[in-house]
Design a protein around this ligand. Structure first.
Ligand SMILES: O=P(O)(O)O[C@H]1O[C@H](CO)[C@@H](O)[C@H]1O
Length: 222
């Protein structure tokens, strides 16, 4: 649906939401987007209901290895959750409103907390391969050039026209994650930092990576 458009009509959001609500008993308040190879985060849920993206009306499909392409509803530690086993990327040819389509569906399903994960490249010299970085802030580089999912007519159901971004990532959730990393003795590989989005599909040149470091980015992904 409107793969290249800046805008997806509300009727498509409603259609997808109603389709899901009529097929799952779950009413999740938490959504988790699983990046490359991280689909196993959904393995621990019980009462699973799985919907391949290809079956869900208006959903994009995953075209990248390591992205299973399924929406998994279930219970984790007594909480109803929904997991995206595989996310979408600009470099797959999807417009940013298509890339972010599932996030708006989560909003319409009643989700209040969104946890995003992905496999990104480390820029901070202190980081080692395999470290986990909690995102404390971001730089949306394509956004500077007008590639932004919120371009186009604004629908107040999803948020205001000019959203404030000075507190984009919940302080409380970041503190909780850091506290738990202390409890589990994971502190030597759990970091906090600034994440940078670029469009890909090529990874960064050495000069680009150096430039992003100078701009204050700790990790980068496409
Ligand atoms: O960001 P995620 O989807 O985790 O994966 C990252 O890793 C893949 C390349 O290896 C690309 O898809 C890139 O976006």
């Amino acid at each position: 649906v409107h793969t290249k458009s800046f805008h997806i009509h509300i009727k498509y959001y409603n259609q997808t939401t109603e389709w899901l609500l009529s097929r799952t008993r779950h009413r999740p308040k938490i959504a988790v987007v699983c990046g490359s190879g991280l689909g196993l985060l959904a393995d621990g849920v019980t009462n699973k209901e799985i919907f391949p993206y290809a079956d869900i009306p208006n959903f994009p499909v995953s075209t990248v290895p390591g992205h299973e392409g399924c929406l998994v509803f279930g219970i984790l530690k007594g909480k109803s959750c929904v997991f995206m086993q595989g996310r979408f990327h600009l470099y797959e040819g999807y417009s940013l409103c298509k890339v972010t389509f599932p996030v708006r569906i989560f909003k319409l399903l009643g989700v209040e907390t969104l946890i995003v994960t992905n496999a990104s490249g480390g820029l901070c010299p202190d980081f080692k391969v395999g470290d986990i970085m909690l995102i404390k802030d971001h730089i949306n580089l394509p956004g500077f050039a007008g590639q932004h999912p919120l371009c186009g007519p604004n629908d107040e159901r999803f948020g205001i026209r000019f959203p404030c971004m000075s507190d984009a990532y919940s302080k409380d959730l970041r503190k909780l994650a850091l506290d738990i990393s202390h409890e589990l003795d994971y502190t030597n590989f759990v970091r906090e930092g600034v994440y940078c989005m670029v469009s890909g599909p090529n990874f960064e040149t050495i000069a680009e990576a150096r430039m992003l470091q100078v701009l204050g980015c700790d990790s980068v992904d496409i």
